[in-house]
Write a protein that binds this ligand. Structure first.
Ligand code: PLP
Length: 423
């Protein structure tokens, strides 16, 4: 590797996935493409999305209610159309994945079923500094069951640095193992970018008699997942980050088959949760279908699911394993360029081992952070700035995600050049 822009262009010319960038609409900046490193917040729009939504608008126009059965993609069965793509990304069976609702809603629904606290087993383990919605979910679910959140939440912090290890988890739980009902962890941490060892956390949870659930907001479409083989109990995600399905688009959920062959958990019923062959007989009595589909309540939000469908198709065509290979190379290259300049004012708090991170680097600044973020923006490089104490002294983090579907080595080279110049 070297630090020249020619080398970056050379890497782009060798990239077998380079044509995928042309399948996206890149936000313009002063008449040229911006350098978009914010795919961890909102993924870009695939070129194919508009036509997919247009198709549904057209069928709605020409068919009205008949579209439920006679649309090109019959609306009645719309939940099925995204299953294959989700199976590919999650490493799951057909009965284990479904697109529905929003992420926070799904986590609440899953906890209603899987968080069944008793006087002796009622605690929930979560990583310290979890995304606010996840903290609120855990806090309010515990309070809903009339336990005390400040006593029932076990937060795991890193014993050193910024990375949480399985030993840190075991230490935080020590002596309380028999009181733990459930783990709710991120797959990839939104702030540090750490990719947790989902299989080991699940194994640890099961060994102490607890369940393991994951928030995959930053993991799905970023790292290949094997939720079935890892024995994960349940998971949920949103689709507007790495899944490029548009702002607020439909989220999804995974429930392991071992919980759905015979459903023992309480499920809040809706008409979309029963066997579709008898759905329209309007029977009395909720009988959940033996699949994650039992957790569905409503008929599909077709417009946002059309967007999800086109995006999943891109992942299936490219292959999540191929994307991961490029992602590791691209993020490593970015890190190499940033570390090359030794007098920078930031610390990269994302794990240095590429196995323990997705396509993200988080740069922690004691000062100059805001200035650097501003400079990036002025140069048409879109990144995410989170100020720490809101005093304007520039302390905070810049998060950047080089996304293998649409970012190039030259994108990363340009961003690193600005950062190294400014920091
Ligand atoms: C993005 C994100 C959310 C957002 O929740 P919504 O219900 O989609 O608004 C929740 N949790 C995590 C960890 C996230 O990264």
């Amino acid at each position: 590797m070297n630090t020249s822009s020619e080398y970056a262009s050379h890497l782009d010319s060798q990239d077998e996935l380079r044509d995928y960038r042309n399948k996206f609409l890149i936000p313009p900046f002063k008449g040229v493409d911006s350098i978009y490193l914010a795919g961890n917040s909102l993924g870009l729009q695939p070129q194919s999305t508009q036509a997919a939504i247009q198709q549904e608008l057209h069928d709605w126009h020409t068919l009205g209610v008949e579209g439920h059965l006679h649309a090109k993609n019959a609306w009645l069965y719309y939940h099925h159309f995204s299953k294959e793509g989700l199976m590919h990304l999650c490493g799951a069976n057909k009965n284990e994945v479904v697109a529905m609702n929003g992420l926070t809603v799904n986590l609440h629904l899953l906890l209603i079923s899987f968080y069944q606290p008793s006087a002796t087993r009622y605690k929930i383990v979560i990583e310290a500094g979890a995304f606010p919605s996840d903290q609120y979910i855990v806090e309010t679910q515990i309070a809903y069951h009339k336990y005390n959140p400040s006593e029932a939440i076990i937060e795991v912090s890193p014993s050193q640095g910024y990375e949480i290890t399985i030993d840190d988890i075991a230490k935080a739980c020590e002596g309380q193992e028999q009181t733990i009902a459930l783990f709710l962890f991120s797959g990839v941490q939104y702030y540090t970018g750490q990719y947790f060892d989902i299989a080991s956390i699940t194994e640890y949870a099961h060994n102490i008699g607890a369940l393991a659930g994951f928030d995959l907001a930053h993991a799905i479409g970023n790292v290949p997942l094997q939720l079935h083989d890892w024995d994960v109990d349940f998971a949920a995600w949103c689709s507007y980050k790495y899944l490029n399905s548009g702002p607020g688009s439909v989220a999804g959920a995974f429930i392991h088959e071992s919980h759905t062959r015979v459903i023992k958990q309480p499920v809040l019923g809706g008409w979309w949760g029963v066997d579709e062959n008898t759905r329209f007989m309007m029977h009395k009595g909720f009988v959940p279908v033996a699949s994650v589909d039992a957790w569905q309540h409503s008929n599909a939000p077709v417009l946002s699911m059309a967007a999800l469908g086109t995006s999943l198709q891109l992942f299936q065509n490219a292959g999540i394993e191929n994307l991961r290979t490029k992602s590791i190379a691209l993020t490593n290259y970015f890190e190499y360029l940033l570390n090359h300049q030794t007098n920078n004012h930031f610390t990269i708090i994302t794990p240095p081992n590429s196995m323990n991170r997705g396509c993200q680097l988080s740069l922690l600044y004691q000062f100059n952070g805001k200035k650097t973020h501003q400079k990036l923006s002025e140069e048409g490089i879109i990144s995410d700035w989170r100020e720490h104490n809101h005093t304007g002294d520039g302390e905070g983090i810049i998060r950047m995600a080089p996304v293998p579907l649409y970012n190039t080595y030259l994108d990363v080279w340009r961003a690193a050049a600005i950062i190294n110049e400014t920091s």
